[in-house]
Design a protein around this ligand. Structure first.
Ligand SMILES: Cc1ncc(C[n+]2csc(CCOP(=O)(O)OP(=O)(O)O)c2C)c(N)n1
Ligand code: SF4
Length: 297
């Protein structure tokens, strides 16, 4: 029987009152409830305050480049689909620098849980606006306020038929832990955007601000996560009321199930056959006449 201590990593170095603590505790609760052994978990992150989370947990982890957590996670999942792969990134990391990877991972649908710590600001680099910053948000750089339209990760994910789309809140720990559990158990790409106050650099979207606005989608008896139009409508609700929960479910085959080479088992257990590669190369170079790009070699 695993206990909370089995997941204990190094001492956290976030500011006091940071929403990242709530997310870390919710992740630990989810792992504990699922009794997932630390050696079967791989956490992948990029760069940022959010991306430091795997340091504070005991499990396998890879801390990559800014915005590049998802391609690393996808490669790891393809090499060893037996691992539970969880990605931690900030809103800047995932939707800004890593935006392209975000879109293409939704298309590919690997069995990865992507947790985005959405504090609507660049925390690690001291408070510049991020893709999800609301219009009018002022920072030391955006002194006249943000004038760009905010990126809406949930609406984008739903419009691309992402297989699991959810939103949690760092101040609602047990509800967030349930969403993370559902995301891990879901087979396919699970996006969990987590509203995370940054008391140091975002003085607008505070715990109190969220506390007055958030509600659970379950309160709306008409809501159905299988209905893309209803999900899209809820994803655009922002202001006086902010919904939390599972917005959209669209189960479909994962990339692991689609790749023929993986049908023989995980890559790490498959034997490499160097002779076969040499045969293929020989065959390839044997008739350059049919391959204009090889002429004159
Ligand atoms: C390619 C690249 N561009 C910029 C940076 C500088 N940089 C490091 S962290 C960061 C912002 C992190 O913000 P976010 O992803 O929202 O995470 P947070 O720190 O708020 O959790 C930036 C711009 C970098 N490390 N690499
Ligand atoms: S700067 Fe913001 S996100 Fe970073 S540790 Fe401090 S409160 Fe948390």
């Amino acid at each position: 029987m695993l206990t909370r201590d089995d997941y204990q990593g190094t001492k956290e170095a976030w500011c006091p009152g940071c929403g990242n603590f709530g997310i870390l505790n919710a992740v630990k609760k989810a792992l504990l409830d699922l009794q997932l052994p630390p050696e079967k978990i791989l956490m992948v992150s990029g760069i940022g305050q959010a991306s430091k989370l795997p340091h504070y947990l005991r499990c396998n982890f890879f801390n990559g480049l800014h915005g590049r957590a998802l391609p690393v996670a996808l490669a790891a999942k393809l090499a060893n689909p037996e691992m539970t792969v969880i990605v931690h990134n900030g809103d800047g990391d995932c939707y800004g620098e890593g935006g392209n990877h975000f879109l293409h991972n939704i298309r590919r649908n690997p069995d990865i849980t992507c947790i985005v710590h959405d504090n609507k600001v660049y925390g690690l680099t001291k408070g510049q606006a991020s893709p999800t910053s609301d219009k009018g948000f002022t920072t030391k750089v955006q002194t006249h306020g943000v004038f760009n339209e905010p990126f809406n990760p949930l609406a984008i994910a739903i419009s691309m038929n992402c297989s699991f789309v959810a939103r949690g809140y760092a101040g609602d720990l047990s509800y967030l832990a349930e969403l993370i559990k559902k995301g891990i158990q879901h087979k396919g790409f699970s996006l969990i955007d987590v509203l995370q106050p940054c008391p140091t650099f975002n003085h607008v979207n505070t715990f109190r601000w969220y506390q007055e606005r958030v509600y659970h989608l379950e309160e709306d008896k008409e809501f159905d996560p299988g209905n893309p139009l209803k999900a899209f409508y809820k994803a655009r609700e922002w202001g006086d009321r902010i919904p939390l929960g599972v917005f959209y479910l669209h189960p479909r085959p994962t990339i692991e199930e689609n790749i023929p080479a993986l049908q023989a088992g995980p890559l790490y257990r498959q034997k490499i056959q160097p002779n076969r590669i040499l045969d293929i190369m020989e065959e390839f170079y044997a008739s350059p006449g049919e391959k204009p790009w090889l002429r004159g070699r």
